[in-house]
Design a binder for this molecule. Structure first.
Ligand code: AMP
Ligand code: MG
Length: 328
């Protein structure tokens, strides 16, 4: 027995050591919530040496304000750029975002279309009075929709007369990406920025576990449809419950099919995981427009884009996920 004692002590020591090494202490993140883009924007990061929260949050807030003003819902100027309406000053940032928007319109085969502005306008989603437009109004706006009519040249932007740009499908995603850059610029190594469900994570959590993302239940307020885990990237959701009005018993929502000029009907909600929030945001809108079958096909054909698609079949809710996501 005596001979065994050193061995037992050693085993206990090894076990204790393993416990200390594998179970890193839980560090609480520093968080603050703001209101922008008509929603809550939650900024959360893990403490780093030399980083003062009073230096971080005001800078992040200024960036949110700037982006809301320039590209946000209801913003004037660039956000509702109308072709043929005189000169608009373009900064390099504007051209870059417009260029990316045109690329995303191409990659989604026009299901996401950055020139949806006029259609959004006739449906009244940009104002306080959304309503069912007359058929001719829709036809006219549809004739003035098409990203091929927006060309970004060296230092110039050309939009054909009467066409209108709308950043609504990517502005929240862009804000999230920009705030992540602000946080990184302040020396923060890991955190999360969440603008009403369009979010991006960066870095590793102190306890080394992946980030858990919850998907809102489209029909039960406050409930979750499920969760999945990611180690990096951005997640965005488009849902028909976000902005909608009812006329003569029919519900109409704000995601317009650029093929028909009417709200897209194939999905209830679409959540997309991509490398950055602009891409996730645009693809969520696009897959929503394409519907479950074509949407899933597009997602599966592209690397580093995953989706959870919720739709209704025979009045029952169904969920499909692309191969890279396991819903829990
Ligand atoms: P989201 O909530 O990200 O799906 O974005 C919806 C917003 O995107 C709408 O309020 C419009 O401003 C804009 N939008 C609607 N339909 C489209 C579309 N097919 N392509 C691009 N943007 C769209
Ligand atoms: Mg979107």
């Amino acid at each position: 027995m005596k001979k065994l004692i050193p061995f037992i002590v050693l085993v206990i020591f090894v076990l204790l050591f393993a416990l200390v090494v594998t179970k890193r202490p839980k560090v609480e993140p520093i968080q603050r919530t703001f209101i922008f883009f008509d929603t809550f924007v939650r900024i959360s990061f893990y403490p780093c040496k030399g980083v003062e929260e009073e230096d971080v949050f005001p800078a992040a807030e200024r960036e949110l304000e700037r982006i809301q003003h320039r590209f946000g819902y209801g913003a004037t100027g660039l956000a509702s750029l109308l072709g043929g309406q005189g000169d608009v000053e373009f900064a390099e940032e504007d051209r870059d975002l417009l260029r990316r928007a045109v690329q995303l319109s191409k990659r989604t085969d026009g299901a996401f279309d950055i020139t949806i502005g006029l259609l959004e306008q006739v449906w009244g989603f940009k104002g306080n009075n959304p309503h069912l437009p007359r058929e001719e109004e829709i036809a006219e706006a549809l004739a003035r929709t098409g990203y091929e009519h927006l060309r970004i040249l060296e230092g110039e932007v050309h939009l054909d007369k009467g066409f209108m740009v709308d950043f609504g499908g990517i502005s929240k995603g862009y804000a999230v990406d920009r705030v992540v850059e602000v946080l990184k610029g302040k020396g923060i190594r890991s955190g999360l920025v969440d603008a009403g469900g369009d979010l991006r994570v960066f870095g590793e959590k102190p306890e080394g576990t992946p980030w858990t993302i919850g998907i809102k239940h489209p029909q039960e307020q406050g409930a979750l449809l499920g969760t999945f885990k990611i180690d990096s990237g951005a997640v965005a959701t488009s849902g028909n419950y976000e902005r909608a009005f009812t006329e003569q018993g029919i519900s109409y929502h704000h995601i317009i099919d650029p093929g028909t000029g009417y709200p897209a009907t194939g999905c209830v909600s679409v959540t997309v995981w991509a490398d950055d929030a602009v891409t996730a945001d645009a693809f969520a809108t696009a897959v929503f427009v394409l519907g479950p079958e074509r949407g899933l096909k597009l997602v599966e054909s592209l690397p580093r884009i995953e989706a959870v698609i919720v739709f209704e079949k025979n009045e029952k809710m169904e969920i499909v996920t692309s191969e890279g996501i396991t819903l829990q």
